[in-house]
Design a protein around this ligand. Structure first.
Ligand SMILES: Cc1cc2nc3c(=O)[nH]c(=O)nc-3n(C[C@H](O)[C@H](O)[C@H](O)COP(=O)(O)O)c2cc1C
Length: 213
């Protein structure tokens, strides 16, 4: 059964573009038939506690003698890992907050980027998610494209590409919507049309991908 893990992290529960795009994706996915199942986790409304100890960053076999973790924290991490490992496709809603990730999404990354479990660090191959698709929907108030004055300020997309793609070995597709603050900030007023066109185009792209994965 093709299974989707759908994560959202925007703090905006009404006007979020990343939420709208991931919802369109998930709806299309589920619409393909009863065998296309979905697990949904809202990292904003149901936030994970931050990692209690660095021991959780390592596979148990790679921990030092003094690195131990409380059993309930191990159990929570295993739940989060099991959710990801059960997914044939990962869908992540990732708004830009302070040029970076929302802390809620960063915490989820802290739980799943585990050397020796989800990423290979020694002679034991440990990349069970290698080759699986990860669709990352980013949403930024400004613009960070090549040639813009703030090109290079995007510390959201590169982190997700490195962790999900390079470390976990997933096949990452980034669907980026930007200039979402154009209708709010007078300085961006001339970008409103472009922002709305981009939003519509990314929604269409998301549904096309959801139909084809
Ligand atoms: C806490 C916070 C920090 C933000 N920081 C930035 C930022 O650094 N750069 C930017 O372009 N937009 C920033 N924004 C604007 C959001 O990226 C923008 O509203 C985006 O559309 C949020 O995604 P969403 O529509 O899915 O909620 C910030 C918004 C919030 C709430």
């Amino acid at each position: 059964m093709p299974h989707l893990l759908h994560l959202d992290s925007s703090a905006d529960l009404t006007g979020s573009r990343s939420r709208a795009i991931t919802a369109a994706f998930a709806e299309t996915w589920a619409g393909r038939g009863a065998d296309h199942t979905v697990t949904y986790r809202d990292l904003h409304t149901d936030p994970l506690p931050r990692l209690s100890t660095p021991a959780l960053h390592w596979a148990p076999r790679l921990r030092t003698a003094t690195e131990t973790a409380p059993a309930e924290d191990e159990a929570l991490q295993q739940t989060i890992l099991d959710e990801l490992l059960a997914a044939d496709v990962l869908l992540v809603g990732a708004p830009m907050y302070n040029y970076s990730l929302p802390s809620t999404l960063k915490t989820w990354i802290d739980y799943v980027h585990v050397p020796g479990v989800t990423t290979t660090i020694d002679e034991t191959p440990s990349q069970p998610l290698a080759g699986r698709p990860a669709v990352v929907v980013t949403s930024a108030g400004g613009s960070y494209v090549e040639g813009s004055p703030t090109a290079g300020w995007d510390h959201l997309t590169p982190v997700l590409r490195i962790v999900l793609g390079t470390a976990l070995g997933m096949k990452v597709t980034v669907l980026a919507t930007e200039l979402t603050l154009a209708s709010r900030l007078p300085a961006l007023a001339d970008q409103v049309r472009h922002s709305e066109d981009l939003f519509a185009a990314v929604q269409l792209e998301a549904t096309a991908i959801a139909n084809n994965l």
